[in-house]
Design a protein around this ligand. Structure first.
Ligand SMILES: CCCCCCCC/C=C\CCCCCCCCCCCCCCCC(=O)SCCNC(=O)CCNC(=O)[C@H](O)C(C)(C)COP(=O)(O)OP(=O)(O)OC[C@H]1O[C@@H](n2cnc3c(N)ncnc32)[C@H](O)[C@@H]1OP(=O)(O)O
Ligand SMILES: Cc1cc2nc3c(=O)[nH]c(=O)nc-3n(C[C@H](O)[C@H](O)[C@H](O)COP(=O)(O)OP(=O)(O)OC[C@H]3O[C@@H](n4cnc5c(N)ncnc54)[C@H](O)[C@@H]3O)c2cc1C
Length: 593
């Protein structure tokens, strides 16, 4: 007997996310911010009583909430947010206000039309003093009519580069009153008489952002793996040109240039997937620690999540574009799926912290480590950064025949990260000794600081990839993944070759060796490429791509896709004779005269 289909459990986060993803597509939906940011904020920032009240309703979708932080005038510099929440002890309420045009909340996803509640970041004023940006849980719309409440102006910000299924919105408050207990009170509090109780760490209010930064790493893996699936499958169908004259046209995937364009994206996708799992575990562990009163891992988590977020989104954006170009003319058609995937993925370079700003956050952390190193301190058993304290080999050893678990390649990445970190630290110190203040010196070093972060993140991604592949016991799977690992590592060596060659650490010969290892890996991956991408088991409805169809029937479906375009509903457009037809007719008449 067939089983009845199981209903979706709307209170199960994973089940609901997957369901939304398959039914509503990848470019967002009305519950996105509710699930990804509002619920994490309630979990991490609401006290026990608030959670008891808000969480079951949120999980049950009795309301939809968003995360309203960014304003028209400020997204990065949260210290300058202008929305105010002023405590009135007489009524035990906060008064929310948007004092200027630039204080208008701008961008929050699902704010425009869907949400009736929002986590609102506002400058907290009590007893005449400002205590900085704090989160408040604020009702925006009537629960029955869905009309904005008195004093609230809210709407959609209009079409964007992509993700147009999300109603990103604007929001203004005109002296809107909200109860004292609408302030999230797990960390900081305002007592009924207006006294402010500070949090144990003043960035704990930002934990929803840290969550998304960590989640983005897996998100970028997903986008890269999806788009390399499309590019690999299409390249195994598309025949164009000959390699051996007279032997017939080859699949374009047989061209080395094509492999060199696509396979590194596949390898990076896997690397991001493995580091994405790592950072999510670190996030969960750190949140548990915070619940138990231990905040020691907060700076490490913040630094790693910012760096990974910036590097993976940037590489995903570049990689997606490579996959598109690898599909030639058809890659430019919407039938390829690339415009959709690209426009969604590149949003992440900006949201949840603009990438340069995120790289510089990680660099702050690196500069503290550099200071400790220069002061002769010992490492603190921190797996992610301890290598910076150790002296590696003076010369690159990547071409040594015996390289267990790519130790020599990893040491090369470590060398570059260490050198870049210490060099920029020394420059920072030197500039200050020459009279620049810290902030000016920081700005003078900003490009080099970003390079230090990239080198550090490269080291982390590579080490995680090596360690995770090493754990695999199934030898046939391991051998295929090792080919991708080989490609990944040597591709990254060539990507940072300038840095490795600059101080004479790597020789020109070794650079050539890395290139040889890349070409060798491409050859090994080629016969397995289609099976590798098939093993991800993406469904056609996820790929949104005629080119990447699992059954490979690209051409007949491309024709069907084109024929179903609205322009092809009629052979002759209804207004043809009014404009183009008329123009041509008149021209013909004139030329007869
Ligand atoms: C094998 C194949 C199978 C494949 C299958 C794959 C399946 C996977 C599928 C799917 C996976 C799911 C993926 C999901 C992907 C997620 C997508 C979700 C979509 C969401 C939609 C979009 C949401 C976007 C939402 C937003 O954008 S919200 C707004 C975000 N805004 C920002 O990020 C603002 C950026 N600015 C800041 O964060 C800060 O202002 C600042 C720049 C960091 C500076 O902070 P501030 O000015 O306050 O302080 P400073 O004085 O500069 O620093 C003081 C110290 O504090 C430290 N600091 C700062 N922030 C933090 C923090 N968060 N935590 C800890 N510490 C922090 C700072 O470093 C300073 O430290 P110091 O010691 O150096 O002083
Ligand atoms: C698709 C999308 C969805 C979003 N969803 C939400 C949401 O749900 N909720 C929400 O609150 N917000 C949301 N945002 C807003 C987003 O978080 C901000 O746009 C983002 O944090 C960048 O801030 P900004 O726009 O102020 O950029 P800016 O800071 O103005 O950046 C402009 C340029 O200035 C540079 N810059 C700025 N500060 C520095 C610095 N200190 N050092 C060096 N360079 C600097 C940047 O690197 C960048 O090149 C969303 C944005 C997008 C695009």
């Amino acid at each position: 007997m067939e089983h009845a289909p199981k209903a979706i459990d709307v209170t199960n986060d994973v089940e609901m996310r997957t369901f939304n993803f398959f039914t509503m597509g990848i470019d967002g939906h009305p519950l996105g911010l509710h699930l990804d940011m509002a619920i994490p904020t309630i979990l991490n920032n609401a006290d026990e009583e608030q959670q008891k009240d808000w969480l079951p309703k949120a999980a049950n979708r009795e309301f939809i909430a968003t995360y309203a932080q960014t304003e028209m005038g400020h997204g990065t510099n949260l210290k300058k947010l202008e929305t105010t929440a002023t405590y009135d002890p007489k009524t035990q309420e906060f008064v929310l206000n948007s004092p200027t045009i630039t204080s208008t909340k701008w961008w929050p996803g699902n704010l425009g039309k869907s949400s009736n509640y929002a986590v609102v970041m506002a400058q907290l004023y009590t007893q005449g003093k400002c205590h900085g940006a704090h989160p408040f849980f604020v009702q925006l719309r009537d629960l029955n009519t869905h009309k904005p409440l008195k004093g609230i102006t809210v709407g959609d910000i209009g079409p964007k580069f992509g993700m147009n299924t999300v109603d990103n919105g604007f929001l203004q408050f005109d002296h809107v009153r909200t109860p004292r207990r609408s302030m999230f009170m797990k960390h900081a509090k305002v007592l009924p008489d207006g006294r402010y109780v500070p949090p144990v760490h003043d960035k704990l209010n930002y934990s929803a952002m840290v969550f998304i930064r960590a989640a983005i790493v897996s998100g970028m893996a997903y986008h890269l793996l999806v788009t390399s699936t499309i590019a690999v499958r299409y390249s195994a169908i598309r025949r164009q040109g000959e390699i051996t004259p007279g032997a017939g046209e080859v699949k374009v995937l047989d061209y080395q240039t094509q492999q060199h364009r696509i396979f590194p994206q596949l390898a990076r996708g896997l690397a991001f997937r493995l580091s994405g799992q790592y950072i999510m575990k670190l996030y969960t562990q750190t949140m548990d620690d915070i619940r138990n009163g231990d905040i020691s891992a907060v700076p490490d988590l913040h630094a790693l999540s910012c760096g990974l977020k910036a590097v993976t989104t940037h590489h995903a954006a570049l990689g997606l574009e490579q996959c598109r170009m690898a599909c030639g003319g058809h890659g430019y058609s919407q039938a390829s799926g690339f415009p959709l995937h690209y426009s969604v993925a590149v949003g992440a370079c900006t949201y949840e912290g603009e990438n340069m700003v995120m790289l510089l956050q990680t660099a702050r952390h690196l500069m503290k480590i550099a200071k400790a190193i220069r002061a002769g301190q010992s490492p603190k058993s921190n797996k992610i950064v301890d290598y910076l304290f150790h002296k590696g080999p003076p010369k690159c050893l990547i071409d040594q025949a015996y390289d267990t678990n790519y130790r020599n390649v990893l040491e090369s990445f470590e060398h570059l990260a260490r050198r870049q970190t210490l060099e920029v630290y020394d420059k920072l110190v030197q500039l200050q000794q020459q009279g620049r203040n810290y902030e000016q010196a920081w700005n003078d070093c900003a490009v080099e600081l970003c390079k230090a972060t990239r080198a550090h993140v490269r080291t982390f991604l590579a080490r995680t990839f090596v360690e995770e592949i090493d754990k695999i016991s199934d030898l046939s799977i391991k051998s295929v993944l090792q080919d991708l690992l080989q490609l990944y590592l040597y591709y990254e060596v060539t990507e940072c070759a300038t840095g490795l060659l600059e101080d004479g650490f790597m020789t020109g010969q070794q650079h050539k060796y890395a290139k040889k290892k890349i070409y060798e890996a491409l050859e090994k991956i080629r016969p397995n490429a289609v099976s590798i991408v098939d093993s991800f088991d993406f469904q056609d409805r996820e790929l949104h791509s005629v080119l990447g169809r699992r059954d490979g029937n690209v051409y007949e479906n491309l024709l069907k896709w084109a024929q179903s375009s609205p322009l092809n509903k009629t052979d002759v457009l209804p207004f043809h004779h009014k404009y183009l037809g008329k123009m041509m007719e008149e021209a013909r008449q004139r030329s007869k005269i």
